[in-house]
Design a binder for this molecule. Structure first.
Ligand SMILES: Nc1ncnc2c1ncn2[C@@H]1O[C@H](COP(=O)(O)OP(=O)(O)OP(=O)(O)O)[C@@H](O)[C@H]1O
Ligand SMILES: [Mg+2]
Length: 306
């Protein structure tokens, strides 16, 4: 029986195995150590993770993503309504009977409503399978990290999804604590007498968290933590999307924001560009057939993005 840790992300989830005295993040079927937190319903098929991400544009209405924003929430909450208004969900988000959040998708010839817990359970099942293939044994005990600001309802919904996925969730660990633990685990040169103070900043897809942690030789204490629930890398992406949309309007005479699939294509390309810019001062953004058979291309520099 293997013990695993899950980092459930708004964009990507990761699963790690404890073994050989260390922690190994497990690679999925496409050798990636992170799996898109995405489920796509395509005809009679249900795709989860990488194959679902491949359907993100073609089957956008039936491809469910960003469920960390929706898990354990009420449909009428401001955060949920604002995300819907901003157009972050290309799929249909609905209110469930209990006031919670659901999504609809065309599956098996009919329109089906799924609760967010059900969707998350599918993602957990997929991660479990990935870990079991690697460990060649059943997954037993699981620790899942969640944002420190998650409410009791959000935490409860995650436990419920774990139960449906057939996993025994030992505990939910705050992401800020998980990051600090990881730091302390691999760093062995803390002073015997003096405490070491470290600040951690985690810019996630849709939120940002920061913490100050005190490390002593055999102990860590989270002294303070803070967060912004609604600001993350996707806001950078959106600012870049607006910038490029304006550029392409002038240069290519197309209105990206008038075409839902074009926005999705642009957002995907921007995420790649942003990652390239972390390691390079400049790169180019290219999208073939973004809309109306038009190919677009633009240069972008790190200085420009900043
Ligand atoms: N090397 C990189 N350079 C720039 N941005 C990156 C890099 N790697 C990841 N990102 C971006 O950082 C953001 C957060 O990535 P992460 O994998 O933590 O997302 P997540 O865990 O799914 O989100 P969250 O933590 O908000 O739930 C994403 O928008 C991702 O595109
Ligand atoms: Mg994350």
């Amino acid at each position: 029986m293997a013990v695993v840790g899950i980092d459930f992300g708004n964009l990507y989830s990761k699963i790690a195995l404890t073994r050989r005295g260390g922690v190994d993040v497990v690679a999925n079927e496409t050798s990636n150590r992170q799996t898109p937190s995405v489920v796509s319903f395509d005809g009679k098929e249900r795709a989860i993770g990488e194959p679902a991400m491949n359907l993100f544009v073609r089957n956008s209405k039936n491809t469910i993503s960003q469920i960390k924003r929706l898990i354990g929430r009420k449909f009428k909450e401001d955060d949920v309504q604002n995300d819907i208004k901003k157009g972050y969900f290309p799929f249909n988000v609905v209110e469930m009977e209990d006031g919670g959040v659901g999504v609809t998708a065309f599956y098996n010839g009919e329109q089906v409503t799924f609760s967010i817990v059900q969707i998350l359970a599918m993602i957990f099942q997929k991660l479990k399978l990935t870990a079991e293939m690697e460990a060649k044994t059943k997954v037993a005990d699981v620790v899942v990290s969640v944002p420190s600001f998650f409410t009791v309802d959000q935490r409860r919904a995650i436990l419920e999804a774990g139960e449906i996925a057939g996993m025994r969730f030992n505990r939910l660990l705050n992401e800020t604590t998980a990051i600090a633990l990881n730091h302390g685990f691999y760093k062995t040169d803390f002073s015997e007498t003096e405490p070491t103070y470290v600040a951690f900043v985690d810019v996630g897809h849709a939120h940002t968290q920061a913490s100050i942690v005190q490390f002593n030789k055999d102990k860590l204490t989270v002294l303070a933590h803070s967060w912004d629930r609604n600001t993350g890398a996707r806001d950078l992406d959106e600012a870049l999307a607006e910038h490029f949309a304006a550029e392409f309007k002038e240069k290519n005479h197309i209105d990206i924001y008038a075409n839902k699939k074009a926005i999705l294509r642009l957002r995907q390309a921007i995420e790649k560009v942003r990652k390239v810019l972390s390691a390079n001062p400049e790169t180019s953004l290219n999208v073939e057939c973004i809309m109306d058979d038009v190919d677009v291309r633009a240069m972008v520099s790190r200085a420009q993005m900043e």
